[in-house]
Structures are given as structure tokens and as C-alpha cells.
Design a protein around this ligand. Structure first.
Ligand SMILES: CC(C)(COP(=O)(O)OP(=O)(O)OC[C@H]1O[C@@H](n2cnc3c(N)ncnc32)[C@H](O)[C@@H]1OP(=O)(O)O)[C@@H](O)C(=O)NCCC(=O)NCCS
Length: 336
């Protein structure tokens, strides 16, 4: 038997932070009025139940790849990092229409990252925060110098426009951040998990094999048990968000911005109340004219808060994302 060899393991910098944020919003604005006939609804009902007034819907030219490249290019420019310096591209999405290869490899190539590792993360609306946690840990472990995390969706491809429970909620867009080394901690510990007991609460309607075997194949649109998801998110996610604050070592009074997944303004309201966030905390309300863009919702909301001056460089922001799985992830970050 040969003697056990000692091998090396990588180590990286002690701390990481977000270095830049970018966003892409499709050009076409779709107000509630355009959707209501197909779902026997009204602008008033949609606004009152969800907070949404309009959303952005991608056209044929606004692909998962093109929207991601636009958001990532802005994030890289604001971070002052060249595409060639990126070692890993993580793409969170549920609307990439190819089972394989990943969207990330095509996006990395378009960006010109020069052989960066690239893979997709399937954690639905929680995917972006999963990606940030992975990227931060990779950089700290020395597996990547800089990592790009993109949340992107064309949910219009997987939404049934006649479904009363989802047609008015889901929308399209992309957001991106660059994660890299930092002198001081800028990404707090992630609090994440899954509740597979509710695996069927948000899902594709059919398995692809059933679609193919069907006499009248149709897109396996997203279906959702809206009421159950609403209750779960409203009451469980405030606890997860509070744990993320505790693990980062800050109180609600030290928090500057709250950026929850833009699922429904009423869920956000309940979380703000349950956590007892003071009025000084700026709360993201991007959903009003963006809708629910799943993995893209948090970077889009954070980008808006930065560009509209609600979030300033150095502020602390609490991110909390949740969705199909049911899966969730939350962390405190310092605004770049
Ligand atoms: C989708 C959602 C807005 C629906 O609201 P709700 O209050 O739960 O709606 P319900 O299904 O209980 O229906 C309530 C009433 O509104 C009606 N209704 C349902 N959808 C409607 C629509 N699109 N337009 C008008 N009326 C509608 C129902 O028929 C019902 O009428 P009734 O009281 O006369 O029977 C809500 O469940 C929700 O936001 N859930 C969470 C969704 C979410 O965040 N998902 C993403 C997580 S990632």
C-alpha cells in the first residue's frame, strides 16, 4: 500500500462583496388592461391583490442570452472588471428552453469570458440568492477570482395567458452582479433551505415525457397553488430574513434596504410588519411595473433602488428570495 499523499487545497481572500450591479428590462410595457380580458379580471383586482400595474414582456429578439449579456455588461462596467477576468458565470433561471447545454455557457461565450466555468442554477425565484452564496463561497475558497451571477427569465414563454392565478404575475427581464474579493465583509452568511413537502405548489404543469406522449402536446406552463404559496411566504420568510440579519450580526435598526423577491406586494407588506422594520428602511417595490420575474427579481429591484437613489454605496441590504421547490435563500449584502 502506498503512503497517503498530501495534496494542496485552494484558499482565497477572507471577505467578498458585490462589486457591481446591472439590469435589462425588455422594451415592451404590458399594462394590466392588456391581460384582463383573457382571465376575466380587472386592473383594480390585480393592483389590489398583487400591487402590479404593468410588466415588461420580451419580444423574439430579447432572448435569455441577449438579456443576460446586457445586464452582465452593465454589472461588469460598474464593477470595473473586464469579461476576461471572470472565472465563473452562474445563471439562475427556470425558463431556459434547452435541457442541455446550460444557458450560462452561451452567455459566458457571448461576453468573452475566456474559458470561465459556467453553469445554471435551478432554484426558481430563490435562484439568484443561491447564486450569490455560491459565488461568494467560491471566491473565498479560491475557486474563482471574480464570479458573475445572473438572474434571468422569459417567464412569458412558460405562462398560460388564460390562467387566472399566474397570467398577471409573471414577466421577463435580467439582472446581474459581480462578486469579488473585499477588504471588509460585504456578503453575509446565507440562510437557505427547502421545503419539499410543498414540491407541487409551484411547478411545470407536466413532465416533458407526458407532453411528448400527449395527442395534443402543449407547453408545460407554470401552475401555482397561489393561496398556499401566499401563506407560506408571508409567514415563514420573515423568520428566514430575520435569521439572515442575525447571522450577519445586524439589527433591523442598522438595516438600510430590504429587497425581498418581488412576488406580491402583500407578501412584502406582511414581512415588513412581522419583522418590525422601521420606516427608515427602504423597501423594494419594483413589482409595481415589473411583475414577478422569478430569478431576475432581486437584482432588478436592487438595480432600481441604486439608480433611483434609495440605496447608496455602503448601505446594508437584506435580500430574501423564495419560490418553487419550495426553496429559499437570504443574505445581507453591502450595496456596491
Ligand atoms: C395569486 C394571488 C394574487 C391570488 O389571490 P387570492 O386572494 O389568493 O385569490 P383566490 O384564488 O383565493 O381567489 C379569491 C377570489 O378572487 C377570484 N380571482 C382569482 N383570480 C382572479 C383574477 N385573476 N382576477 C379576478 N378575480 C380572481 C376568485 O375567483 C375568488 O373569487 P370568490 O371569492 O368570489 O370565490 C395570490 O394567491 C398570490 O399572490 N399568491 C402568491 C403568489 C406568489 O407570490 N407566487 C410567486 C411565489 S414565487
Amino acid at each position: 500500500m502506498s503512503a497517503t499523499k498530501t495534496i494542496r487545497q485552494a484558499t482565497g481572500p477572507a471577505a467578498t462583496r458585490l462589486l457591481g450591479v446591472g439590469a435589462y428590462r425588455p422594451a415592451r410595457v404590458v399594462p394590466n388592461a392588456e391581460l384582463v380580458e383573457a382571465i376575466d379580471s380587472s386592473d383594480e383586482w390585480i393592483q389590489q391583490r398583487s400591487g402590479i400595474r404593468s410588466r415588461r414582456i420580451a419580444d423574439e429578439s430579447e432572448t435569455l442570452v441577449s438579456m443576460s449579456v446586457a445586464a452582465a455588461t452593465e454589472a461588469l462596467a460598474s464593477a470595473g472588471i473586464a469579461a476576461g477576468q471572470v472565472d465563473c458565470v452562474i445563471v439562475a433561471t427556470v425558463s431556459h428552453m434547452l435541457q442541455t447545454p446550460s444557458a450560462a455557457t452561451a452567455i459566458a461565450h457571448e461576453l468573452g469570458t475566456e474559458q470561465a466555468a459556467a453553469f445554471d442554477v435551478s432554484a426558481a425565484c430563490a435562484g439568484f440568492c443561491h447564486g450569490v452564496a455560491l459565488a461568494s463561497d467560491m471566491v473565498r475558497a479560491g475557486s474563482a477570482g471574480y464570479a458573475l451571477v445572473i438572474g434571468v427569465e422569459r417567464l412569458s414563454d412558460v405562462t398560460d395567458v388564460t390562467d387566472r392565478g399566474t397570467a398577471f404575475l409573471f414577466a421577463d427581464g435580467a439582472g446581474a452582479v459581480v462578486v469579488g474579493p473585499s477588504e471588509t465583509p460585504g456578503i453575509g452568511p446565507v440562510v437557505w433551505g427547502s421545503d419539499g413537502e410543498h414540491y407541487d405548489h409551484i411547478r411545470s404543469r407536466e413532465d416533458w415525457r407526458d407532453v411528448v406522449a400527449s395527442d395534443s402536446p402543449r407547453m408545460p406552463h407554470l401552475v401555482m397553488k397561489g393561496n398556499s404559496v401566499f401563506r407560506w411566504a408571508s409567514y415563514s420568510m420573515a423568520k428566514v430574513a430575520q435569521q439572515a440579519l442575525d447571522r450577519a450580526g445586524i439589527t433591523v435598526d442598522e438595516l438600510d434596504c430590504f429587497v425581498p423577491h418581488q412576488a406580491n406586494n402583500r407578501i412584502t407588506d406582511t414581512m415588513v410588519r412581522t419583522m418590525g422594520l422601521p420606516p427608515s428602511v427602504q423597501v423594494a417595490r419594483d413589482i409595481v411595473d415589473t411583475g414577478n420575474t422569478s430569478a431576475a427579481s432581486i437584482p432588478l429591484a436592487l438595480h432600481r433602488m441604486i439608480t433611483e437613489g434609495q440605496a447608496r454605496s455602503g448601505d446594508t441590504a437584506l435580500l430574501v428570495a423564495f419560490g418553487a421547490g419550495l426553496s429559499y435563500a437570504a443574505q445581507v449584502v453591502v450595496v456596491p
